[in-house]
Design a protein around this ligand. Structure first.
Ligand code: NAI
Ligand SMILES: O=C(O)C(=O)[C@H](O)COP(=O)(O)O
Length: 381
């Protein structure tokens, strides 16, 4: 068996190596000629998988180690009878960790307390619903907009996008890119909605870049510069608008889901799906191949308040400024487009909050666990 895999997918050899030959490719530039004897194709979000790529190739299984599937022509793949696997939820915890790092940095910069803000979450799937769970456990008021879920579920406290924009002063976008159907998300935040954001609103996008009309966003920032904007995803990646990247408060190159756990779970989920399709029993799990964390424990002592604790803990473990600073160096050195992809390829290790055991006075246990860390409570503190 010949397995062709994106070079930016970890540990493919460890999972698939016993079953065939693995060839690594640059997923951004993959061509049909590279697939003339491929049986299995494993991609990331940067490869468009459609008839132009796969027609007349022997590929009989496609796996994408991502949550989003907008880069796959699913209807053509179904018509062609090629089984497809994605990795729902694989990196959702990682994205939530990223969002919390951004929010804590915004609090630190403005001197605000997160519980004084109201967070509006657009898209309450694997990522959005986990974010809401953590924020509500922290005591933060959350509003949720998810029309497909609102339609399907009788219970739930979903509101419209217009109401969310009116009532929330932090807006987090976690919608997939959907171009057709009843609930399209392309430019979901359009010029009018961007114009209606109250001055001082924090706007974060870790869904897909095209869900926001970024020309309109840039125009507003140039005219008023009255929003705090945090973008991990962009229109036209990797060739993103450098002026917009300079204007926003946090600019990262689509790495919200890049925890080591998230990336390994992606590979492992494809391996499990392929085993299932091929009638094999999986013999490896992601936890078998992950390396030991550099930091596995943090001790908190003289904590004065909840907000101080959250900022200290989150930014001590994962400070998003690391990624902002490093990628801006990559952009200077390699240019915007090449630097964007290169930083993602060489992404420095990041572990999820749940990998860290926090030792702290017992009274802080719930505030620590709400964030997603493991807490070892000291009764004498
Ligand atoms: N920045 C990054 O590194 C990452 C980005 N993503 C992106 O985040 C997206 C969301 O991820 P998941 O939560 O795992 O996906 P999911 O498929 O579990 O959830 C998406 C949710 O969005 C809702 N939705 C669909 N159309 C909507 C609309 N018009 N308005 C509001 N909500 C709508 C759906 O009903 C669903 O509940 C992915 O599709 C992917 O594009 C995912 C992982 C990492
Ligand atoms: O899972 C998703 O969906 C994502 O957006 C991934 O984090 C994107 O990572 P790559 O597949 O582009 O490496």
């Amino acid at each position: 068996m010949h397995i062709v895999a994106d070079r930016n997918m970890p540990q493919v050899e460890a999972f698939f190596g016993d079953h065939g030959r693995v060839t690594r490719v640059d997923g951004r530039r993959l061509s049909r000629e590279q697939l003339t004897d491929a049986d299995v194709l494993l991609v990331r979000s940067v490869t468009r998988v459609d008839s132009a790529l796969l027609q007349d190739t022997p590929v009989r299984f496609v796996g994408t180690a991502t949550i989003g599937t907008d880069h796959l022509d699913l209807s053509w793949l179904e018509q062609a009878g090629i089984p497809v696997a994605s990795a729902p939820g694989c990196n959702a915890e990682s994205v939530v960790d990223y969002v919390l790092s951004c929010l804590m940095l915004a609090c630190q910069r403005s001197g605000e307390t997160l519980t004084d803000r109201t967070v509006g979450v657009m898209g309450a799937g694997q990522v959005g619903s986990r974010l809401v769970t953590r924020l509500r456990a922290m005591g933060v008021t959350c509003l949720v907009c998810d029309p497909p879920r609102a339609e399907r579920e009788s219970a739930g406290d979903f509101i419209s996008l217009a109401a969310l924009i009116e009532q929330a002063d932090v807006i987090c976008c976690h919608t997939p890119l959907v171009r057709e159907g009843r609930y399209p998300t392309h430019h979901l935040l359009d010029q009018d909605l961007i114009g209606s954001l109250a001055p001082g609103t924090w706007l974060l996008n870790a869904g897909r870049g095209d869900c926001i009309d970024t020309a309109a966003l840039k125009a507003r920032l140039l005219a008023h510069n009255d929003l705090v904007v945090m973008l991990d995803v962009w229109e036209q990646e990797p060739d993103i608008d450098p002026e917009l990247a300079r204007l926003v408060d946090i600019a990262t190159p689509h790495i919200a889901g890049y925890s080591q756990e998230g990336r390994l779970r992606g590979t492992a989920m494809l391996y499990e799906a392929w085993c299932h399709a091929a009638g094999n029993v999986p013999s490896r799990r992601w936890s078998d191949v992950i390396s030991a964390p550099v930091v596995s424990g943090i001790t908190l002592d003289a904590v004065e308040g909840q907000q101080q604790l959250w900022e200290a803990l989150v930014l001590c473990h994962y400070d998003v400024r690391r990624d902002m600073d490093l990628v801006s160096r990559y952009w200077q050195q390699y240019g915007i487009s090449a630097g964007f992809d290169r930083y993602r390829r060489e992404y420095p290790a990041r572990r999820e909050f749940s990998s860290v055991n926090v030792t702290a006075p017992a009274g802080w246990r719930s505030a620590i666990e709400a964030l997603g860390f493991v807490c070892h409570a000291r009764t004498n503190g």
